[in-house]
Design a protein around this ligand. Structure first.
Ligand SMILES: Cc1cc2nc3c(=O)[nH]c(=O)nc-3n(C[C@H](O)[C@H](O)[C@H](O)COP(=O)(O)OP(=O)(O)OC[C@H]3O[C@@H](n4cnc5c(N)ncnc54)[C@H](O)[C@@H]3O)c2cc1C
Length: 401
């Protein structure tokens, strides 16, 4: 059988793509190397734009809603912004990804779990996907197989990440008493919602986080490989200081190291019958590490383009996919890259960002919007730059120099 579309990878990008393509009437097979539910190293923070992008009710897997942000500066300043509205969602990736995969199946996609893709061969009219079981043939292929994408490598679209494109993280899913979670990151106004915590200065060019779920806390730390220092040492120091600050014992038995692309989209995401989506294409915000939204958006775009190519809509090719994602979010990720370059340039810059947010409620609100993805990065940049030029000129000059 020749499928219309083969999707490799059953994360948010692959499942959304397969679901949408099946809904559009394509014959789709999704190949995933693990059996879901499977653990995925991730903070599990979803911005509100995920809710807008996804026409799936994921409320059954929302562990807590977010209502704000707590920032720690390198020198120890604490900056808090709490909102009355819900500003994001916390999920466990094993549950969220499992839900999306089953939704793809429900929409009509064939889902193969526990099957690993090992090679890809492009032919004149089809593409062969070789797995550890058998070979699948399709008219089109979507590579949704994450940062270590076999599809990207075997098609030659992206053979390796440079050190300055990739972030190395350590993440632990720490079991915790729900009462402790509420005590540590709970809404100061008393709801069951939580603040997300970001620790600037845990590393010279990176940051650490604490994201509270229902009975689990995601603790993590990350830095670009090109700026890599003693990550393990910084991680130990962060965990120790967290234990001390909040008087909790941290169980690190579920700790993993993982990579995430952090320089924005790769230049080329296509071959003649192949489209890369999600992390495989570098669709992660360099400013915050948010990738789930972009995985979902790119999966949807690729499905629509696949339908048009299969239906032989005039002028549509995988090139059209490249243009569509650039227009949808590519430019905005470029702005995020600029903002990240400023922010993580040095400890001094991270301190300056926190100091301005501490002193100035307007800067605090803008910083909050940037980190929680409440507005596009272009809007954040324009607002921040304008405010800095009006009220924080000396700091702005220091940050640039
Ligand atoms: C520590 C950490 C924390 C993060 N925190 C957040 C956060 O809080 N919020 C946020 O928005 N983003 C976060 N991200 C980024 C986010 O996890 C990714 O952007 C997102 O998972 C990308 O989705 P994806 O579907 O492209 O890839 P993935 O989620 O990586 O899914 C890829 C899938 O492909 C499968 N696969 C891989 N190779 C093969 C193969 N050869 N054959 C078959 N299947 C294969 C894998 O098993 C996997 O299921 C974080 C990342 C890390 C590393």
């Amino acid at each position: 059988m020749v499928y219309d579309l083969i999707v490799v990878g059953g994360g948010p990008a692959g499942s959304t793509c397969a679901r949408k393509a099946a809904q559009l009437g394509l014959d789709v097979v999704l190949i995933e190397k693990h059996h879901h539910p499977r653990r995925k190293a991730c903070g599990g923070g979803l911005t509100t734009r995920v809710r807008r992008a996804l026409d799936v009710d994921f409320s059954p897997v929302v562990e807590r809603e977010q209502c704000g942000l707590r920032l720690f500066s390198p020198s120890g300043l604490t900056v808090e912004e709490v909102r009355a509205e819900t500003t994001g969602y916390m999920v466990r990736r094993e549950d969220f990804d499992h839900l999306l995969l089953r939704e793809a199946e429900r929409a009509g996609a064939t889902v193969m779990e526990g099957v690993a893709v090992v090679d890809v061969v492009e032919n004149a009219n089809t593409v062969d996907v070789i797995t550890d079981e058998k070979t699948y043939s399709g008219r089109l292929l979507v590579g949704a197989d994450g940062v270590n994408s076999t599809v990207a490598r075997r098609t030659g679209i992206k053979t390796r990440w440079r050190d300055d494109e990739i972030c190395l993280c350590i993440e632990a899913a720490v079991p915790m008493d729900p009462e402790d979670i509420v005590r540590i990151v709970g809404d100061p106004n008393g709801s069951q919602r939580v603040l997300i915590e970001i620790y600037f200065g845990a590393l010279r060019h990176g940051y650490a986080w604490a994201f509270g779920k229902r009975a689990e806390m995601s603790l993590g730390i990350g830095v670009l490989v090109s700026e890599l220092e003693d990550l393990r040492g910084a991680w130990k120091r962060f965990v120790l200081s967290f234990e001390k600050r909040y008087d909790v014992r941290i169980d690190l038995s579920a700790t993993t190291a993982a990579r995430v692309p952090l320089k924005g989209p790769i230049d080329n995401t296509i071959a003649s019958r192949v489209m890369l989506v999600g992390d495989a294409a570098g669709f992660v915000s360099p400013a915050t590490g948010e990738g789930i939204y972009y995985a979902i958006e790119s999966g949807k775009i690729a499905a629509e383009i696949a339908r048009d190519i299969i239906s032989e809509v005039g002028g549509v090719s995988t090139e059209t996919y490249q243009q569509r994602w650039q227009k949808a979010f590519g430019k905005d990720l470029g702005v995020a890259n600029f903002l990240a370059g400023m922010m993580f340039h040095s400890i001094e810059n991270m301190e300056a960002v926190c100091r301005m947010a501490y002193d100035d409620p307007v800067m605090r609100a803008y910083t909050f919007e940037l980190i929680t993805g409440a507005v596009p990065y272009r809007t954040s940049r324009n607002r921040l730059v304008k405010r800095m030029l009006r009220k924080h000129l000396r700091t702005a000059i220091k940050m640039i120099l």
